[in-house]
Design a protein around this ligand. Structure first.
Ligand code: GYE
Length: 671
């Protein structure tokens, strides 16, 4: 925390200059009535808002104010950039000069605000809300899953139009902004599955009701009315309805996004029958304050990204569209002495019947179970991939230990690298009537059947480590794990920098790739991220790519075969995990070559043995992919049981470790 009393002269001047606007902001936030002893303020938060005119942003700011007001040692200073990115840069500079402890920023423009956010991040924690900035120079991003929102609007409009199909008009927000791009992409991705439905037109109304109304009155005067309208926020949806009414059109199904309360908010518009549905777009304000406290308290396990869940609200569900009650503690974890012994792999014992277990709510709604006053431990079934690598063993240890510490009764099954084993385990958990199921899907596809059975049984499913590729996003509740695409990009970006002055005379960088398990999320996405990044750089190419299933011995055997059969020069090995890289190093040495020199090696995971290899000069870089997912998984399970709203994706925070920092970093490694 900074000593505000010792503020240097420039900062004092900044404070004087800013006094008026901050006082106004302070008054806006209702802080004016509270006595503020500077010394009592331990957490001074600066909130740089894109604007304070959009209802959704006003709701976000109010949510932050309300949440902060519950903490006597916290104050929030809000600045309003009035949708000007130049002004927002100045706002952030002023807040930094004022000596805030943590910055929350909701950018007007992602690219324009990236530099100032990176500058702030160099001196204090930064939470980016709603619109992301480029890169990763911030502490935590919290925002809606805009692509999922787009898919959900597409799914619902296809339900409304049904088998007869029809025409759709899209009303989009500001051109080029991330939510506009991602919601449009999600809508089109979903609509493409229904040949009878066509998006016949799209207009841009910059999130504004009046602009939507004006544009559409003109449009309806010269073109046939669509069968449905999908607007990217409720304000524009309302504008579309007003335009249709002014144009004398018959009833049109209109869908919006945001789901705010208040007169003419999305919930009100649905209640009045003006909108067929709205999709609640959580502002993230509450989560931002909760995580700000954890960050300032230097808690472990702060994720890198949190994608908040949307929820559909129709006339039939409007009554339940109220925020969940604050939940009391759900289950008092038993004393350590009562904690269940760590499970062995075969454990799938049936727990006693539990008459008081209320039916879990619809997991698709993303809402947790009603708060439960049960005293028994939460029952969690976990189906693991197997034990193919050091990463996996560390992951299992993290899950088991975190369950024990949380007093959660863990039923653990080792899938032994077979999807059918994991499916069987999930079925056994359903049969046992566990409260929650979690698993790390060995591959992305083929889970619809068993997950539909879990949903029918009212048992929510959490994804740990790896994601699935399903048509129906409602079959799982929350994903906790890494961004594998970014890991592939990071490996490629490091390689491109490293090879800058090390290319051969022909200017070519010939890469061999050892892939993880075919069809698994990490193998698919690390390859995608890596290939997409080298594609923009002349001379870099993957000349051989073989799968070694994340195993050390298979990495060694494949590399041996490649060295024996590859006629061209091999400059680089990109291995999807450290175990395969370590195996390949053995093969490279057996072939009389020097790993790390004759063949540059970059891999993923950042296990301790990779650091040993880097210190020995045999490995050049490892990209971190943390297996320590247990604590975050147990937190989200407990939040579910407490009836809290859950995010759709929690993405972990990770780094890149080039060999030159291995010696310094190895002592800090936790796996
Ligand atoms: O990279 C590898 C493990 O799913 C991210 O699986 C995990 C991968 C990890 O076998 O070592």
């Amino acid at each position: 925390m900074r000593k505000r009393l010792g503020i240097a002269l420039p900062a004092i001047i900044a404070v004087v200059v800013l006094g008026a606007s901050f006082l106004a902001a302070w008054a806006f936030l209702g802080e004016a009535g509270r006595s503020v002893e500077p010394s009592s303020v331990r957490r001074l938060i600066g909130l740089s808002q894109a604007n304070l005119s959009e209802p959704w942003r006003i709701a976000m700011t109010e949510e932050i104010r309300r949440e902060a007001a519950a903490h006597s040692d916290m104050r929030v200073i809000v600045t309003d950039a009035v949708d000007s990115y130049g002004r927002q840069v100045a706002d952030v500079e002023h807040l930094l000069a004022y000596g805030i402890d943590l910055l929350i920023i909701s950018p007007t423009d992602s690219a324009a605000l990236t530099p100032i956010v990176a500058q702030a991040y160099r001196s204090l924690p930064v939470i980016v809300l709603d619109r992301a900035v480029e890169g990763y120079a911030y502490t935590l991003y919290i925002g809606p899953d805009n692509r999922l929102i787009g898919r959900e609007t597409g799914r619902y409009v296809s339900e409304l139009l049904g088998a007869r199909g029809g025409t759709v008009l899209e009303v989009a927000g500001r051109e080029g902004s991330p939510p506009t791009i991602d919601r449009s992409a999600g809508l089109r991705e979903e609509i493409s599955k229904y040949p009878g439905i066509r998006i016949v037109d799209a207009v841009t109304a910059d999130w504004l009701r009046d602009r939507a109304e004006d544009i559409l009155v003109d449009k309806f005067a010269v073109s046939r009315a669509p069968d449905a309208i999908v607007a990217q926020n409720d304000a524009m949806a309302f504008g579309a309805w007003l335009a249709a009414r002014r144009s004398g059109l018959g009833p049109i199904d209109i869908i919006g996004v945001d789901g705010l309360g208040g007169t003419n908010g999305g919930l009100d518009l649905v209640d009045k029958g003006i909108l067929s549905a709205t999709f609640i777009c959580p502002t993230g304000g509450k989560e931002a304050v909760d995580y700000a406290i954890d960050i300032l308290d230097k808690k472990d396990g702060i994720p890198k990204k949190i994608y908040l869940r949307t929820r559909k609200v129709t006339a039939g569900t409007i009554a339940s569209a109220t925020p969940p009650p604050d939940a009391a503690d759900v289950t008092a974890p038993p004393d350590d002495a009562d904690a269940p012994a760590p499970p062995d792999a075969a454990d799938a014992t049936a727990p006693p019947d539990d008459a008081d277990a209320p039916a879990a709510p619809d997991a698709a709604e993303g809402r947790g179970a009603p708060a439960r006053a049960v005293t028994r431990p939460i029952r969690l079934g976990f189906a693991q991939v197997g034990s193919e690598s050091r990463w996996r063993i560390a992951n299992t240890r993290s899950v088991v230990e975190a369950a024990r510490k949380a007093g959660i009764e863990l039923h653990f099954v080792d899938g032994k690298q077979k999807q059918e084993n994991q499916i069987e385990a999930i079925r056994s958990f359903i049969g046992m009537g566990v409260d929650v199921i979690a698993f790390s899907p060995i591959v992305e596809k083929g889970w619809e059947g068993v997950l539909a059975e879990a949903k029918a049984a009212g048992i929510p499913v959490f994804l740990s480590d790896r994601e699935v590729d399903l048509q129906d996003d409602s079959l799982w509740l929350t994903f906790v794990g890494s961004d594998f695409m970014e890991e592939g990009r990071r490996a490629a970006r490091w390689l491109i920098g490293y090879m800058k002055d090390r290319k051969n005379a022909d200017g070519q960088v010939r890469i061999v790739e050892l892939r993880g398990t075919e069809g698994s999320a990490p193998a698919l996405d690390r390859n995608r991220g890596f290939e997409a990044t080298i594609a923009g750089h002349d001379g870099f190419s993957i000349v051989r790519s073989e799968t070694a299933n994340f195993y050390l011995d298979q990495g060694r055997d494949r590399m041996r075969e490649i060295l024996a059969s590859e006629t061209g020069r091999i400059d680089v090995l990109f291995a999807h995990n450290d175990d395969m890289a370590l195996g390949a190093i053995e093969a490279i040495e057996d072939a009389g070559l020097v790993p790390g020199k004759d063949i540059v090696i970059v891999s993923v995971d950042a296990i301790r043995e990779a650091f040993v290899a880097m210190i020995a000069g045999k490995l050049n870089c490892t990209v971190e992919c943390t297996p320590l997912l247990g604590p975050q998984l147990m937190k989200v399970v407990q939040d579910y049981m407490a009836g809290k709203d859950l995010p759709t994706r929690i993405v972990t925070s990770e780094e890149v470790f080039p060999a030159e920092i291995a010696k310094k970093a190895i002592s800090e490694r936790k796996y």
